[in-house]
Design a protein around this ligand. Structure first.
Ligand SMILES: Nc1ncnc2c1ncn2[C@@H]1O[C@H](COP(=O)(O)OP(=O)(O)O)[C@@H](O)[C@H]1O
Ligand SMILES: [Mg+2]
Length: 236
């Protein structure tokens, strides 16, 4: 589903450049449930933003379902993202001037789904995440945990082929976190490919593969045990 070849990302700063992604080589097959772990600042969110096609400022090659994303224009990239991807953001990224139910409906608006069907899907999602009573509130009227639930609901409502989740349970109680992870497992069993970022070993245990990042490098991958040694050789 995904193939990254030599993907790099840097930011300009006063003196020069700071590298946040270094020579990323990554293949993710359809149906995988991948966990990315690593210390703060390792580049996990940066990598997820590249995968989600939200970032245009990287170098290298990105193939999505055999299509060369690196050769595409912004408009075509966002079309691919809307049709195939759901993203849970670390800091929620809900739209402040839309209500809870309008936020959740957003991904459906990009697909040609009849209005009545959309309303039923949103109602079901509100019910599933136990936020029916919040449906007409705005994000600023919700707690962090409630906003996170709305963010998860919005990311999964259109049953995306690829679900990207950046610390999706960071603000939830452990029982809510477990429900989210069980939901992800169920989606994965139904065919959704998942890439999650987490600090939680419990959350990681729901996945089928763990990638370790540090200082912008992938330094470990349970699907590629040889990587750790070859990585040392490249970096030294
Ligand atoms: N907009 C930005 N401008 C400059 N540096 C940034 C920007 N966004 C992220 N970084 C830097 O990139 C590095 C990786 O960040 P990030 O991908 O958010 O790491 P993680 O999610 O693993 O904590 C950090 O050192 C961070 O300071
Ligand atoms: Mg992050």
């Amino acid at each position: 589903m995904i193939r990254l070849k030599n993907v790099e990302r840097s930011y300009k700063n006063g003196a020069g450049q700071t590298w946040v992604l270094r020579r990323i080589e990554l293949i993710i097959q359809e149906g995988e449930f991948v966990t990315i772990m690593g210390p703060s600042g390792a580049g996990k969110s940066s990598l997820l933003n590249v995968l989600a096609l939200l970032d245009d400022q990287w170098a290298g090659e990105y193939w999505f379902k055999d299509d060369p994303v690196h050769e595409m224009k912004r408009k075509d990239r966002s079309e691919i993202a809307k049709r195939n991807m759901g993203m849970v953001f670390q800091s929620y990224h809900l739209l402040d001037d839309l209500t809870v139910q309008e936020n959740i409906d957003l991904p459906l608006a990009y697909k040609d789904i009849p209005r009545s069907e959309r309303q039923a899907m949103v109602a079901e999602a509100l019910d599933h995440f136990q936020i029916v009573a919040k449906k007409d509130l705005y994000p600023s009227q919700l707690s962090g945990g409630q906003q996170q639930l709305v963010g998860v609901a919005r990311a999964v409502i259109h049953k995306p082929a690829l679900l990207l989740a950046d610390e999706p349970t960071g603000n939830l109680h452990s029982s809510q976190a477990r429900e989210i992870m069980e939901l992800f497992s169920a989606l994965n069993r139904e065919g959704t490919t998942i890439v999650q970022v987490t600090h939680s070993e419990v959350n990681a245990s729901y996945g089928t593969r763990t990638i370790q990042m540090r200082d912008g490098w992938i330094i470990g991958d349970t699907a590629n045990p040889a990587l750790a040694e070859s990585g040392e050789a490249i970096r030294s």
